[in-house]
Ligand binder design. Structure first.
Ligand SMILES: *Cc1c(COP(=O)(O)O)cnc(C)c1O
Length: 366
């Protein structure tokens, strides 16, 4: 039996006619950048997240970059973040001209350990950038406490966590600004690249709009240097078709996760820990497993998709050697990088497929 890590065709089959109609509507209008579809999506994603303003972006990466640029974070500034994340989080800090400062993770949740943050705050610190990894929100209360104490911005990288909750509050709505990605493999994925920034801060909202369009306002008059961070109308139209399904798709992922949890109970496989005050959307279902690389090869040899998110913690990436980190500096992140394995969790998985994944892993480890 073949079990892919993700099968977007299964989902597409259920909404194909609506997507084609929505794309066709945009094409007929030839309103390909901005316009009513983008505005509607911005409103709906902001509302879903209990936030006032949404600003569409060309990708999750650009949503993060625009946030940092709009907060005027750049050369000479430091941004505290996690080393256990997708590269874009840290890439954006560096591209904005600031210096990433890494704080180790909580091994249970894989998210930044808030207890460690304060000791890394300096005169140069401008922001904290927590990442809500795999669908679960980082422990935001103590993060916000440090931010308030030192007057720091908080940029939530919620690329993997749209609509998940922390103490009843939505991902991306707790800090100064929240960033989403609509990369096709995210729970709310477009038919290409896309992203969004949400905020409750009206001045920041206005700045995000200006910076998204090269920093120009009025048109062709630049007080700032921004970029082209705009969202395509076709993406917005497709995302508007998918948005009403987001909750049911995330619920199906939670059901799949509960099924796996039962299958692995009492074995050497460590299943994801979800805090009792959080709801996750399981963008990934990551287990910790002994002999991880052997298990990975065995699964792939048996036509079961799996992936390591992420094999190299960002502080050890070659491009960041100049930051001066070495192996052993952030032990929990490094340990996680050597033990995690993401299993297929997409909504359309059948019980037979999940049984097959569980038994293939357990029979190999036995
Ligand atoms: C996907 C992702 C991004 C980047 O989003 P893109 O839309 O691919 O640019 C940033 N951070 C995290 C944690 C992500 O998972």
């Amino acid at each position: 039996m073949e079990v892919p890590l993700l099968d977007l065709r299964a989902q597409y089959a259920t909404i194909k006619d609506e997507i084609l109609a929505a794309v066709s509507e945009v094409l007929e209008s030839q309103r390909c950048i901005g316009g009513p579809k983008v505005a509607e999506l911005e409103e709906k994603v902001a509302a879903l997240s209990n936030c006032k303003y949404g600003v569409g972006a060309s990708s999750g990466t650009d949503a993060i970059l625009n946030s940092l640029m709009s907060l005027e974070i750049g050369a000479g500034d430091e941004v505290i973040t996690t080393p256990f994340t997708f590269f874009a989080t840290v890439g954006c800090i560096a591209r904005a001209g600031a210096k990433p400062i890494f704080v180790d993770i909580d091994p249970r949740t894989f998210n930044i350990n808030p207890k460690l943050i304060e000791s890394f705050v300096t005169e140069k610190t401008k922001a904290i950038m927590p990442v809500h990894l795999f669908g679960q929100v980082a422990d935001m209360d103590p993060i916000m406490e440090v931010a308030d104490k030192f007057d720091l911005a908080v940029v939530e990288d919620a690329a993997q966590s749209i609509s998940s909750t922390y103490k009843g509050r939505k991902a991306g709505s707790i800090g100064t600004v929240g960033c989403f990605s609509f990369f096709p493999s995210k729970n709310l994925g477009g038919i290409g690249d896309g992203g969004m920034t949400i905020t409750n801060d009206e001045l920041l909202y206005e700045r995000l709009l200006i910076m998204r369009d090269h920093g120009s306002k009025p048109k062709y008059y630049n007080n700032y240097i921004g970029g082209n961070f705009r969202l395509d109308s076709i993406q917005a139209a497709a995302l508007l078709v998918k948005l009403p399904h987001l909750e049911e798709w995330s619920e199906a992922r939670r059901r799949n996760a509960a099924y796996y949890d039962r299958g692995f109970a009492g074995t050497v496989v460590q299943t994801p820990y979800i805090r009792p005050d959080c709801t996750t959307i399981y963008n990934q279902y990551c287990i910790r497993v002994p002999r991880r690389d052997e298990v990975l090869r065995h699964l792939r040899a048996n036509n079961i998709g799996c992936e390591v998110y992420y094999p190299v913690p960002v502080h050890l990436q070659k491009c960041f050697v100049s930051l001066g980190y070495s192996k052993g500096d952030l032990p929990e992140a490094e340990k996680a990088a050597s033990e995690v394995l993401a299993l297929p969790i997409y909504p359309e998985l059948t019980d037979e497929m999940k049984d097959h994944v569980v038994s293939t892993i357990l029979s190999f480890l036995r």
